[in-house]
Write a protein that binds this ligand. Structure first.
Ligand SMILES: Cc1cc2nc3c(=O)[nH]c(=O)nc-3n(C[C@H](O)[C@H](O)[C@H](O)COP(=O)(O)OP(=O)(O)OC[C@H]3O[C@@H](n4cnc5c(N)ncnc54)[C@H](O)[C@@H]3O)c2cc1C
Length: 454
């Protein structure tokens, strides 16, 4: 099976021998040194030491990127102990947090203050810094990605200097740092806009494709947070409609939640994937039977409805294209799946989001639809993902930075109107490529080549 962009840099003399792996286990790296800082001074000290030693630095979050974006053979900064809420401004609703705080902890801290993040993705284990750095998004055409709510931050640049960014002071630089791919510095603290706490009503239903397409625009525009799961090769879509509501919480029982989110969405799907290559029809029956038993409607605290546990290991490619291209792209995806003829039991996930102004956001200045293709971790993905990517290329698709793709700086630059501004910001904050790695060299170009083009 192909692995895209493993960390392959030399540096053997200093290797710690300890292996870092991402959650999906498709990326590994052997950092020279590991650190688990608790203070900003320690972050600065690590970067300065790396400068002296001529090594690179990489902060990692929860390792939930499928791409090699977080790999390093230099200094690895594990920010698990750098995870506190530092300030809550009751007037503006903004909170300032240490960059390693996981989204689940932030959600709990906010709930205790009567606040919430405006939108979340499918899981809540990522660190705030990791989530914003790759442009992590949730569902909803009126809601942009998580990073769009960042109003300020402090980061350690490539010389070990603290840079304090506020939206009003240097909006261009903040627009670069919001979705910074870890290429611009080590985020120390992040200030995020929050909203009053809210509940979500979720309704799940299966729909045939012809019915879905007859009402698609209406569904996109009237559902606060719409998500679709299409089982490749079938004409059925699982529709998740989440609406903001003043209704009190009516949560699922713990047993129902466990059955639906853990047993069905992970273990049963895992089983179906394992039998799929030999018995595709059995796999379909397993999925259909299990799905029929899930609860279909409930109300709960927003983060508990947005996010569910994902324990099954899959590999994923996700692209954002302009909303208006969806129907054509989807039809072509259907033809690709038919042509491949391989059983693909893990559903394709489809979500719409609002555009935003972060320079390298996949939804930069365009309302987008995100289409995500998955395979079980034991399944080869080369043909499926290459075919999927070729379709997305024809619609100027932008790959999720945390997921698998085969693009390079040459193919990506024309898809981002403010690409050169990001390169300038990178040169300013990290002139020597202290935060680079082979993945970033591939997708952004080698650092320190301003004016040479990508
Ligand atoms: C099961 C699963 C579900 C997912 N669901 C979604 C989803 O619904 N929507 C979506 O958009 N994405 C989703 N993703 C992708 C995921 O949100 C992103 O890959 C995210 O970046 C992972 O965050 P992390 O904390 O694990 O960061 P990592 O993967 O550890 O790191 C990601 C990047 O952030 C950088 N970084 C981390 N900390 C810092 C710091 N302090 N300063 C500077 N850079 C830093 C790293 O260097 C790296 O470049 C999912 C992934 C998985 C595995």
């Amino acid at each position: 099976m192909t692995s895209i962009g493993r960390s392959t840099r030399p540096g053997a003399a200093l290797r710690s021998g300890r292996v870092w792996r991402n959650f999906a286990h498709n990326q590994r790296a052997v950092p020279a040194r590991w650190h688990r800082p608790r203070t900003e001074d320690e972050l600065v000290a690590v970067v300065r030491r790396a400068v002296e030693e001529g090594l690179t630095v990489k902060a990692v979050g929860a390792g939930h990127s499928y791409s090699a974006v977080a790999c390093t053979d230099g200094h690895l900064l594990d920010l698990s102990d750098y995870d506190r809420v530092l300030d809550h401004d009751r007037g503006t609703g903004e909170v300032t947090v240490q960059a390693g705080i996981p989204l689940w902890k932030l959600a709990d801290e906010l709930a205790a203050r009567g606040r919430a993040l405006e939108v979340l993705g499918d899981i809540n284990v990522q660190s705030v810094a990791g989530a914003i750095s790759t442009g992590t998004h949730g569902p909803g055409i009126r809601y942009a990605n998580i990073a769009s709510n960042v109003t300020g931050c402090r980061l350690v640049d490539g010389t070990g200097r603290i840079v304090d960014l506020r939206a009003g002071d240097d909006p261009g630089m903040l627009a670069a740092v919001r979705v910074g791919l870890g290429a611009l510095g080590v985020l120390s603290t992040v200030t995020v806009r929050t909203v009053p706490a809210f509940n979500l009503h979720i309704a799940e239903s299966a729909m045939r494709l012809d019915r879905l397409f007859a009402q698609l625009d209406e569904l996109i525009d009237t559902t606060d947070h719409l998500g679709l799961f299409w089982f490749p090769g079938s004409d059925v879509v699982l529709v998740k409609q989440r609406m903001r509501t003043d209704e009190p919480a009516r949560p699922r029982s713990r047993r129902d939640a466990w059955l639906a989110d853990v047993v069905v969405d992970n273990h049963v799907l895992d089983l179906a994937c394992t039998v799929a290559s030999r018995f595709p029809q059995v796999a379909r029956s397993i999925i259909a039977g299990a799905s029929a038993k899930r609860p279909h409607e409930w109300v709960d605290r927003s983060d508990r409805v947005f996010c569910t546990p994902r324990t099954m290991r899959v590999l994923e490619m996700e692209y954002a294209i302009a909303r208006e291209h969806f129907v054509e792209a989807f039809e072509r995806l259907g033809r690709l799946v038919d042509r491949l003829g391989t059983p693909l039991p893990v559903p394709v996930e489809i979500r719409w989001t609002k555009g935003d102004d972060a320079l390298l956001s996949h939804a930069h200045e365009r309302d987008s639809v995100y289409v995500a293709a998955h395979v079980h971790h034991r399944q080869p993905y080369d043909q499926y993902f290459a075919g999927f990517e070729a379709i997305m290329d024809d619609f100027d698709g932008r790959p999720h930075w945390g997921k698998l793709h085969f693009q390079t700086a040459e193919t990506l630059a024309p898809r981002y109107p403010r690409w050169d501004e990001f390169a300038v910001a990178r040169h300013r904050l990290d002139p020597d490529g202290r935060f680079s790695n082979p993945y970033l060299d591939r997708v952004l170009g080698a650092p320190g080549r301003i004016g040479d083009g990508p």
